[in-house]
Every structure is written in C-alpha cells, then in structure tokens.
Ligand binder design. Structure first.
Ligand code: NDP
Ligand code: DXP
Ligand code: MN
Length: 385
C-alpha cells in the first residue's frame, strides 16, 4: 500500500489524483488531505478517503470542518498545517497539487522528512528551484514530475543515456487565444480565457496557458527537473495536445510520449513509477481518428510572457521568483476583473524591471522577494483602478 499526503485535494489535479486512488484502492491510500476553504467539495471526499489528518487554509475553515466531522479527524491550518500534512508520518509520498508558490515550504519539509515527491505544483520549482533540487540531492529524494510535459520527458528518458540528451522540446497547445492578433487580445474576457481548447484545469493555469506563461514556467521547471541549460530547452506549438513533449538525443532521434489529453496518466505514472498500471478511465489513442497533427513555432511577439520566462530563467537567482509571484498576483487581478489580459505581461515585465537581483537567495530572501513582487503588482493594480 502506497500512503499519500495530498495537497490541493479539492483542485483539478487533486481531484484527478483521488480518481486514480479510487481506481486502485488496494494500492493507494490518502493519509493526509489538504485544501484551502472549499468545505462543500472537501467534506464528501474526506468521508470517502478517511485521511487521519486534514489541513486547511485558515482557522475559520478548520473550525467549520472540525464541527462537520465531529472531532473524529485531526485538523490543522495555515502554512504550518500544510507542512504538517506534507510531512505526515503515516505517508510515504507527497503529491503536491496545491496552487502557487505557497507549495514551496511544504515541499522542502517533505524532502527533509524523507518523502518521495510527486510534483504538479510547478510554481515551487520556478520560485526556488535551486533550493528544492539542492535539498533533494542532499536527501537523495526522487522528485517525480506530474506536469504532463515533464512526465512525457521523464517517460521518454527511461532506459536512455541521459548524457546524450541534446534538447528537450516542450509542446504547447497555444491556449485559448492561440489564433488571436495582438489587437484582438486587448479586449478578451475572463470567460474567453478560461475556455481552454484541450484541457480542463484550474483557472490560474488556464490563464497562464492563454498568455503562454505556463510554457515559460514549464521551461524553468524542466531546467531544474532535468538539469538542462535553457539553450537546450525548446517549445513548440502543437494544437492537438497529443504529443505531450519530446526528447532529442545526440543521434537526432526524438523520443516522445503520446496520448489523449488526460492528467490521470502522469498522475498515475508518478505514483507507480517505475511500474505501469492499467488505467481504465482514459481513452485509448487512435491516431487514425485524429488524422493530422499540427506543429508550429511559438510566436514570441504575440505572446511575450514566454520570452520573459526565458530571460528570468537565464538571469537566475531571484528573478524567477519575481516572475512567478508577479504573474500569480497579475493573473489573480485579471480573474477578479481588475485588469485587462495584456496587463498581465506588462505587470510581470514591470516587476522584473524594478527588481534588483539576488544571486543565490536563501529561503528567507525568496519569501521576501515573493512578497515584494506581489505587493508591487497589487500596488500597480490599485493605482490602475
Ligand atoms: N490542472 C491541471 O491539469 C494541471 C495543473 N498543474 C499545476 O498543478 C497545480 C494545481 O493546479 P490546479 O489543480 O489546476 O489548481 P486548482 O485551482 O484547481 O486547485 C488548487 C488547489 O489548491 C488549494 N489551495 C489554493 N490556495 C491554497 C492555500 N493558500 N492553502 C491551501 N490550499 C490552497 C485549493 O483549495 P480550495 O479548492 O479549497 O480553494 C485547491 O485544492 C498548479 O501548480 C498547476 O500549475 C500542472 C499541470 C496540469
Ligand atoms: C495538462 C498540463 O500539463 C498543462 O500544463 C497543459 O500543458 C496546459 O496546456 P498548454 O500547453 O496550453 O500550456
Ligand atoms: Mn503542463
């Protein structure tokens, strides 16, 4: 039995992790369950999966859920609560599917506590990849990717000579606005942004996909996960999201992982690695049904966020922390209807321009940089109103 601590259990990846667990109740169990404030969604899941620890965002939610559960489960709250869930003694694996850089400290703590990490929370690696990977090396911890592209790359490296990898190619659907001109992008709505062509995901990542910041964050995530220089990480628009990413080797062979778009596959692979299990809930891919797959170059002019991510990644130090925190704050403001879609890129650019880099930030410096970048963006948004 593989015992799991699940952060972000009520979210898109969290719920799909529970689907995988539900399909294999003899193999997996949820021991710690963490979410934010969505009690209505969480309660039936807690009753179904019976974790021995529940972590929530704040004390008000903790009080409410404790009342509903009649004091039968240990309830904790806040960041410390999430850290307690991530390091829960009854769990051997942490699946980190919480949203945003709040996932950083639970990941670091879980590594220290000897847990294996299944990582969906890409913001953790963008914010402080050097700390996470440094910690994982120190403790000999496996970080297994759940993000679909990184899982595809990981799968495409199995049994191969990693020293002969010459390029990683991350595919991108292009997002909700892939065919829009710059002029058209000025007036797009939140509702339009949330209509992803291929994937059903949480709101924040769906907007990131539309700005192509998601692919930029994934480039930085790949840099850390696979120890690859930015010059050897490419992106490629692939409208159908069937080829989930590719790895090129020294002989120019490219190995890819294909499948119908479903997060169940990378989630399950992270839980069963190095084995594979049957997965009844996913559709078999028949390429003849699809007929044609399309590929094109990324348009950096229409979607400058991807360029911002490459620059921040190459600059290193605290710049990716700023990129991520400014983006989180700007996307939040967009989702609240406080700014236009194109303001996201301008706010991230402005936060990066205003930042004085720190070469090797420690955790305290990362947290302060993250806080300041959010404050910077929020200040601009207030001024904008
Ligand atoms: N969705 C997808 O298909 C993919 C997502 N990812 C990555 O996975 C992560 C999760 O994405 P996704 O599932 O879409 O996000 P969602 O918005 O759907 O879910 C976020 C989850 O995090 C919880 N949460 C948010 N803020 C806090 C907080 N401050 N404290 C505790 N819990 C919190 C939410 O709780 P509540 O419901 O109570 O608010 C919810 O359970 C992101 O990093 C994303 O980039 C990567 C690849 C694919
Ligand atoms: C499912 C997944 O991994 C997402 O990160 C997805 O890749 C987003 O789609 P885009 O390719 O549009 O960014
Ligand atoms: Mn992805």
């Amino acid at each position: 039995m593989k015992t799991i601590s699940l952060l972000g259990a009520t979210g898109s990846v969290g719920m799909q992790t529970l689907q995988v667990v539900r399909e294999h109740p003899d193999l997996f169990s949820i021991e710690a369950f963490a979410f934010g404030t969505n009690i209505a969604k969480a309660l039936p899941l807690i009753r179904e999966f019976k974790p021995s620890l529940v972590a929530v965002k704040d004390q008000t939610t903790a009080g409410k859920i404790d009342f509903e559960l009649g004091g039968s489960v240990k309830i904790v709250s806040g960041l410390q609560g999430m850290i307690e869930a991530a390091t829960w003694e009854k769990s051997e694996v942490l699946v980190n599917a919480v949203l945003g850089s709040i996932g950083l400290e639970p990941t670091l703590a879980a590594i220290e506590a000897g847990k294996t990490i299944g990582l969906a929370n890409k913001e953790t690696l963008v914010t402080a990849g050097h700390l996470v990977i440094g910690q994982a090396k120190r403790y000999g911890t496996a970080i297994l990717p759940i993000d679909s592209e990184h899982s595809a790359i990981f799968q495409s490296m199995q049994g191969q000579d990693r020293s002969k990898v010459t390029r990683l190619i991350l595919t991108a659907s292009g997002g909700s606005f892939r065919d829009k001109t710059r002029e058209e992008l000025k007036n797009v709505t939140v509702r339009q942004a949330l209509a992803h062509p291929n994937w059903s995901m949480g709101a924040k990542i769906t907007v990131d996909s539309a700005t192509l910041m998601n692919k930029g964050l994934e480039v930085i995530e790949a840099h850390w996960l696979f120890n690859m220089p930015f010059d050897k990480i490419d992106t490629l628009i692939h409208r159908e999201s069937i080829v989930h990413s590719l790895v090129e080797y020294a002989d120019h062979s490219q190995i890819a992982q294909l499948g119908e778009p479903s997060m169940l596959v990378p989630i399950q692979y992270a839980l069963t690695y190095p084995k594979r299990l049957e997965l009844k809930q996913t559709k078999r891919l028949n390429l003849w049904e699809i007929g044609t797959l399309h590929f094109q170059k990324v348009d950096n002019t229409r979607f400058p966020c991807i360029g911002l991510a490459y620059s921040a990644g190459r600059a290193g130090g605290s710049y990716p922390t700023v990129l991520n925190a400014a983006n989180e704050a700007a996307v939040h403001a967009f989702l609240q209807g406080e700014i236009h879609f194109l303001d996201i890129e301008s706010l991230v650019q402005a936060a990066l321009d205003a930042h004085q880099g720190i070469e090797t930030p420690d955790l305290a410096a990362i947290k302060e940089t993250d806080r300041r970048a959010r404050e910077f963006v929020t200040g601009k948004v207030m001024h904008h109103k």
